[in-house]
Structures are given as structure tokens and as C-alpha cells.
Design a protein around this ligand. Structure first.
Ligand code: NAP
Ligand code: MG
Length: 406
């Protein structure tokens, strides 16, 4: 059989621990036999990030910017415990996802992968709900303070241009208190809005957006205003043509509506709301290992990844020679998503079809009751499921994929 051709390389970002093991197995069993794989390879494994003083992460992100489509394996974000585990680390390197996000200026879209045997906890959800989380600012880039005495806290802004100052009283207190100063940038909010509208068009789904602008009139009001401006200026016509809708509502109203809905839309959330709601939505749909995740930049660059981490506990079992049952769905779907997007951009229908068939092979495997341990416990009563090993799961997919491509 002749292998499927590629014209532009994918930016391949390798990672750590169990997901690094899965990465190689996915390539060997599901990709290399069928695709004449072209990638520009970056090793984002912790030790190589350390050896390159994290330059490799920056280079990978810039390559993703240049070529347009990347696929990333989960990576360790070092913390204190990791510094002890890897004494050779010269610095507590920052989260690679954070670095890549800030270079691509992207928004993260997370969508559950649904199968009939696993029903969402919310019975009326018939279609996946995609969370679009703004990944800059608010409480994640805030300063906070604890004080004990009676006193007053003020907030001062000083212009770099005129030197003019504006001061507001936050509150006068008569005892111990906590304080927080947060910000967001208009440019970042605008990028977020653009990425959301573009993704709604790409996937032909309605876009919901929610904030609390009745309370935070200026702060959240700015989010609402920027979304409206961008929609009217750049996207309304395309939305009308596709018959999709942009819908703004208050965050509490949105939560109530989401629970009562049938699903099948994108829910754009501010940073904190997205953090909380994506865990709620992913858990209600099944698990993090059954979730696709893609970072989309406002100028149409895509980075596909798994939503979960490096599955450390399974890796240590693997190192001891014990059998593991790690779910590779999210990592496979990162690859299939990247192939479909690359094929679309390069006008390579065969590459797009390969991505689709790879996903179909995964669904057929799960629908046949062949799954990893994490999923076996989630299936509906009466559905017969057998737990297989990490490798056994990939072999079962490979068998079905090969039949499809024959
Ligand atoms: P994790 O790797 O997502 O794993 C947490 C637990 O969830 C696992 O122990 C496992 O539960 C279950 N799990 C996650 N993915 C699974 C899969 N594919 N198949 C089966 N079970 C799965 O999170 P973590 O342990 O908090 O973090 C480990 C490392 O990953 C950290 O160093 C962190 O920095 C990094 N991380 C990276 C990313 C990223 O690169 N995108 C994201 C998050 C975390 P059981 O042990 O009960 O089976
Ligand atoms: Mg979270």
C-alpha cells in the first residue's frame, strides 16, 4: 500500500512519562504504517527543556506559529517535588502550555469525546459541550494581600504617557482583611473573542458567552462590549449564512441553561469560570482522558493536545515492568485532529480521511467493549466491557484501522 503523502510538516512536540510512552506506540502502530509522516520534531521532555534552558519550548511554539499546526504530548510542569525527583534541574521551568499559549496568544477549546455506552451524568445532554476558556489574566495574574489593622486600601493607575494618576478607594476596614488586584488587557479579550467566533464558524456551532457584567460593570462589561463589537464587525454575516447564533447571558443564567440544554454548542468562559466549568463539564461527560483539547490563535494557528497530564502513577508501574491500562484516546485524537487540520489547509483529502478513519477505528473499538480500565467503570449497566492494557487497546484500534484502509 502506498503511504499517504503530506506536504507541510506538523510541529511534533514530544513530552513526558506515560504519555511519552503512548506517543511512540501511537506513531508505531497507528500512524507510521499508513502516513509518510512529515514532522518537525521538538523534544519537550523535561530533561531536554532543562538542557536547552527551555529554549526548545519557545522554538516549538514559534514553529507552530510558522507552520500553523502542531501536536503536543503532555509534559511535566516542574514543582518542588519534581525538583527533588530530578536533581539535575537547574530551574523550576515554567509550564510549557503556558509558554506556548502566550506565544500563540490562543484560546483553549475542550470537547468531550462521547460514546453511546457512557452516558453523561446530565441525562438531557445529547451532544458534546465545548468549553472555550480565556487563558490570560483575571485572578490568574492578580496580586493579593492580607492585612491585620484597621485601614484603607486604594487602587492607583498611573499613565506612562502623561504621568497622570487615578486613585479609587477599594474599602476602608476596621480589622483584618484580604485584598486582591486583578486586570485584563483589551487586546487579549479581543483575541479571545476572535478565536471563539472563528471556532464557532469552523465547527458550525452556536457560541454562548457569559460574564457577570451586572456586578462588574466596567470589568466584565468590557468583555461583553468587545465580544459584541467583534461579532458585529467581523462575524455576524458568516454566522447568519451558517444559521448559527451568538448568545450572551449572565454566568448564573448560563449555568442553569447549560444543565437544561441538549448540548451541541461552544460555551466561552472567562478564565476562572472556564477553569471551574471545564472540570464540571468533563466529569459530567465521563473523564479527562475522553476529551479533545485544541489551542486556537486568533490568526488561525492550531495546537492539538490531550487535556490530561503525563499519568505519572501509570508510568512508575510501567517502569517496574508492570502492565498498565492507560487511555490513549485523548492523545490519538490530538494526532487525528492535527492530520485533519493539516489536510484541510494543504488540500489533502486523503490526509483528512486518514484522521477521520483513525477516529472511527477508536470509536469502533470502544463500541465493541474493548476499553482501558478507567472507562470500564463508567459504562451503562448491561454493556459488556473488557479492560485491556495500554498496548492491547492500541492493537485493537490498529486492527480496525488497517481493515478500513485496506
Ligand atoms: P494526570 O496525569 O492527568 O493524572 C491524574 C490521574 O488521572 C491519573 O493518576 C489517573 O488516575 C487518571 N488519568 C489521567 N489521564 C489518564 C489516562 N489517559 N488514562 C487513564 N487514567 C488517566 O494528572 P497529575 O497526576 O495531576 O499530573 C501529572 C503530571 O502531568 C504533572 O507533572 C503535571 O505537571 C502534568 N500535567 C501536564 C498537562 C499537560 O501537559 N497538558 C496537564 C496536566 C498536568 P489513576 O491513577 O486513578 O488511574
Ligand atoms: Mg482546573
Amino acid at each position: 500500500m502506498e503511504k499517504i503523502k503530506m506536504t507541510t510538516p506538523l510541529v511534533e512536540m514530544d513530552g513526558d512519562e506515560m504519555t511519552r510512552i503512548l506517543w511512540q506506540m501511537i506513531k508505531d502502530k497507528l500512524i507510521l504504517p499508513y502516513v509518510d509522516l512529515k514532522t518537525e520534531y521538538y523534544d519537550l521532555g523535561l530533561l531536554n527543556r532543562n538542557a536547552t534552558k527551555d529554549q526548545v519550548t519557545v522554538d516549538a511554539a514559534n514553529a507552530n506559529k510558522k507552520y500553523g499546526v502542531g501536536v503536543k504530548c503532555a509534559t511535566i510542569t516542574p514543582n518542588k517535588q519534581r525538583m527533588e525527583e530530578y536533581p539535575q534541574l537547574t530551574e523550576m521551568w515554567k509550564s510549557p502550555n503556558g509558554t506556548i499559549r502566550s506565544i500563540l496568544d490562543g484560546t483553549v477549546f475542550r470537547t468531550p469525546i462521547c460514546i453511546p455506552a457512557i452516558k453523561p451524568v446530565v441525562k438531557n445532554w445529547e451532544k458534546p459541550i465545548t468549553i472555550a476558556r480565556h487563558a490570560y489574566g483575571d485572578v490568574y495574574k492578580s496580586v493579593d494581600l492580607y492585612t491585620t489593622d484597621p485601614g484603607v486600601c486604594t487602587m492607583t493607575y498611573k499613565s506612562d504617557v502623561t504621568g497622570e494618576e487615578k486613585t479609587l478607594t477599594v474599602q476602608k476596614v476596621d480589622g483584618p482583611a484580604v485584598w486582591q488586584g486583578a486586570h485584563n488587557k483589551e487586546s487579549s479579550i479581543r483575541s479571545f473573542a476572535k478565536a471563539c467566533f472563528q471556532y464557532a464558524i469552523d465547527t458550525k456551532q452556536d457560541l454562548w458567552f457569559s460574564t457577570k457584567d451586572t456586578i462588574a460593570k466596567v470589568y466584565d462589561g468590557e468583555f461583553k462590549k468587545v465580544f459584541e463589537e467583534e461579532f458585529e464587525k467581523g462575524y455576524k454575516e458568516q454566522f447568519d449564512k451558517l444559521g448559527i447564533e451568538y448568545f450572551y447571558t449572565l454566568i448564573d443564567d448560563a449555568v442553569a441553561r447549560v444543565i437544561r440544554s441538549k448540548g451541541g454548542y461552544i460555551w466561552a468562559c472567562k478564565n476562572y469560570d472556564g477553569d471551574v466549568m471545564s472540570d464540571m463539564v468533563s466529569t459530567a461527560f465521563g473523564s479527562l482522558a475522553m476529551m479533545t483539547s485544541v489551542l486556537v490563535s486568533p490568526d488561525g494557528k492550531y495546537e492539538f493536545e490531550a487535556a490530561h497530564g503525563t499519568v505519572t502513577k501509570h508510568y512508575y508501574k510501567h517502569l517496574k515492568g508492570e502492565s498498565t491500562s492507560t487511555n490513549s484516546m485523548a492523545t490519538i485524537f490530538a494526532w487525528s485532529g492535527a492530520f485533519k487540520k493539516r489536510g484541510e489547509l494543504d488540500n489533502l483529502p486523503e490526509l483528512v480521511a486518514f484522521g477521520e478513519k483513525l477516529e472511527e477505528a477508536c470509536f469502533e473499538t470502544l463500541n465493541a467493549g474493548i476499553m482501558t480500565k478507567d472507562l470500564v467503570g463508567l459504562v451503562e449497566p448491561g454493556f459488556k466491557a473488557t479492560a485491556v492494557s495500554s498496548e492491547g487497546f492500541l492493537d485493537a484500534i490498529a486492527e480496525r484501522l488497517s481493515a478500513k484502509l485496506a
